[in-house]
Design a protein around this ligand. Structure first.
Ligand SMILES: NC(=O)c1ccc[n+]([C@@H]2O[C@H](COP(=O)([O-])OP(=O)(O)OC[C@H]3O[C@@H](n4cnc5c(N)ncnc54)[C@H](O)[C@@H]3O)[C@@H](O)[C@H]2O)c1
Length: 366
């Protein structure tokens, strides 16, 4: 998947004329009364209505916002396809600082724009939007997920995201060491926020050794007080260089795997929740060259989107958990395809997702 960004003319050119574009629909939304400016991008509806969250962010330029919406929507097509969902990929961005411009009126106006798409796009939370915001959007738009349990939603998605990452780790262990058990393995987690701290619990329950780091001391303290056996290191650099680290789990921000970090990784497996872990195309090959098994981020962190998709059918936690457990098999299938095709797992995941979208489009006669 390649980045799409640049000036408006470049974005339009990419959208209509290059292999990186190919989006079905891009909607620019403005409500002058509330100050809403938003971009809704639908990459593909081949598998079903486009599903993806709403990012609320102070983009430096409008072109940057459009580029981000296009990239994120495309990423959702791949994530939803690999998660086995009957959903295509879409994403929306609201331009502005949520701390200063987010109001009820703005969210309601946004909800009306999403509703105007008649179900082609289903929205959810993302950076800068929360469960409480989706409750407001849902008042104008029934194609809204990520709502609170009081309003028929599934609430916090990090529980199943962590569970899915844990399944991805077990599959990676199965592939590399012939045994899915993580007992006795040392796992380093960078970022113990919503997802990371649930992941710690799964790993300890299985008998793994856990080492953590986080820039927020209270996040570290919360875990260290509850689990004194958990090791703590000062920062991510120290974590990835820990002697005897078996698995590295990036659970903070994107770009964790870069020209800087990959050469010094001591772990044999990378499997974590963070989105966009590969800093640039080519890093997946550097990992493979060093014999490090990379479980593609959008495959193993799909537990959250599995949860919000389920909300449309009346949320059932056990049904969702069973779906998220399949991340184990999906991850194994990707490693097998990578081996057969002689390509890194990230490329294999892209191929499998593209194949599923292509077949769905053909079945619809597109
Ligand atoms: N929450 C979900 O359901 C979900 C679903 C899919 C993907 N993700 C991705 O997983 C990652 C974590 O999500 P979350 O919901 O736990 O977010 P979060 O904000 O609750 O947790 C992230 C943690 O990382 C820490 N952090 C930030 N920069 C750091 C650094 N340089 N070094 C170490 N720690 C650092 C933060 O202090 C925070 O505690 C994000 O990349 C997110 O996009 C989350």
């Amino acid at each position: 998947m390649t980045d799409v960004s640049g000036a408006p003319a470049d974005v339009l050119h990419t959208l209509f004329h290059s292999d990186q574009g190919g989006h079905e629909q891009v909607v620019l939304c403005q409500d002058r009364a509330s100050g809403l400016k938003a971009v809704i991008a639908l990459h593909s509806t081949a598998l079903g209505p486009a599903l993806g969250g709403t990012r609320f962010y102070p983009y430096a330029t409008e072109a940057e916002a459009v580029g981000d919406a296009l990239n994120l929507a495309r990423g959702m097509s791949y994530k939803n396809a690999m998660a086995g969902l009957d959903h295509g990929g879409g994403k929306a961005v609201i331009i502005g600082d949520p701390d200063t411009i987010k109001t009820e009126a703005l969210l309601l106006a946004y909800g009306r724009f999403v509703a105007s798409l008649g179900g082609r796009y289903v929205t959810a939370c993302d950076v800068g939007t929360y469960v409480a915001d989706m409750d407001v959007v849902a008042r104008e738009c029934r194609w809204t997920t990520g709502r609170s349990p009081e309003n028929g939603g599934a609430g916090d998605s990090s529980v199943l995201t962590a569970f899915g990452v844990y399944q991805g780790m077990r599959a990676s262990a199965q592939h590399l060491w012939g045994d899915p058990s993580l007992r006795g393995r040392t796992v380093g987690i960078a970022g113990v926020g919503k997802v990371g701290h649930h992941l710690v619990e799964h790993l300890l329950a299985e008998g793994a050794r856990v080492v953590i780091t986080d820039v927020r001391q209270e996040a570290v303290r919360r875990i260290a007080e509850k689990h004194p056996s958990v090791g703590v290191v000062a920062d991510t650099r120290h974590l990835i260089e820990v002697d005897g680290l078996d698995i590295y789990a990036p659970c903070a921000l994107g770009g964790a795997l870069s020209d800087d970090s990959v050469p010094v990784l001591t772990a044999k497996i990378v499997c974590g929740a963070a989105n966009n872990q590969l800093a640039h195309p080519g890093v997946e090959k550097d990992l493979a060259d060093r014999g490090i098994l990379y479980a593609p981020d959008y495959v193993v962190n799909a537990g959250g989107v599995i949860q919000v998709a389920d909300e449309l059918h009346g949320f059932d936690f056990e049904r969702c958990k069973a779906k998220a457990a399949k991340i184990f098999d999906t991850t194994l299938a990707i490693f097998a395809r990578a081996k057969t095709d002689g390509i890194p797992p990230a490329a294999a995941a892209d191929r499998i997702a593209e194949q599923r979208m292509h077949e769905a489009a053909q079945a619809r006669g597109w």
